[in-house]
Design a protein around this ligand. Sequence first.
Ligand code: SF4
Length: 357
Amino acid sequence: METTVTEPPKKRLRAPRPSFVPELVYFEPGALEYEKGKRIYQWAQDQGIPLRMTTSHNRITNFPGDSELEQYKIAKRTLVVGVRKTLKFDTSKPSAEYAIPIATGCMGHCHYCYLQTTLGAKPYIRVYVNTTEIMEAAQRYIEERKPDITRFEAACTSDPVGLEPITGSLEELINFMADQEYGRLRFVTKFHHVDSLLDLNHQGHTRIRFSVNSKYVIKHFEPATSSFEERIEAAGKIAKAGYPLGFIIAPIIWHDDWEQGYGELIEALAAALPPEARTQLTFELIQHRFTKTAKSTIERRYPRTKLEMDIEQRKYKWGRWGQGKYVYPDEKAEALRMYLSERIFEHFPESTIDYFT
Ligand code: SF4
């Protein structure tokens, strides 16, 4: 009897997320006087992206689109290239002393993102071309505090890795910080575009953290960012390049099968990291939270979101600077903290959990 052997269907692999290409690029006065400004101009021209001049990013108000939602989406794909005028850095406690400003805004569409409220009506992306002046300012902060170490966080208002293929600013900061006895750099990302950073002589002075989550959370709440697999693969590369490495698991969300989802995440990390990366590994754990203002913005911008923001099911946590936040009730928060801590120490006994909040 003849048997027909049918080949199993080929698993369709997702194409890697290409690096970000904006739909529109604006240049502010002075930007083209800097080498980086000229380079971005040339790049945008080669890409065939429409280029415009503006006297100030504040004047960019009319984004194309028939609805507020469409305009918001186009704004998120608009790049403004400018000169950073304020060289006074904001503080960035607890993870660093200062925020180092190289970009503002992000092309990601994470439903819960803090930029929704902090950037308000200005969701376009701004990158700064005067990196040398920014580094000189950092140098002054380092001098003021030495012999204490001064840490700079480069991802307070953006995701700089997603923009690195356009700006090259992280490469400059990493090289700069390598020479600083008392300076350290850190940043966090949901993107995997790290290849240009792998061969740098970083001297261990830059800690790169990946923001990771369960597949469920990435799939439902983090559109336009790199996939679970891409981030984990990138973390493996960063570990092999000898950078101090960390993970931020945020926001930790109580979803169906969350134990399975977060268990799978920690196992995937354990499978991807070489032994030498495990000793200095740090974890930061942040449970999902929202303010009333954020809730109404999210519901407007992502009207079909599955993000649970039911005030009745949350605990109110007073905020130090005004509006309080809704977090999980203690019982749920404790269950999340316990489960994740146990999985982390099971697979990475030498790692540190910096905090759960
Ligand atoms: Fe916000 Fe980060 Fe998502 Fe960008 S990647 S939208 S900065 S949470």
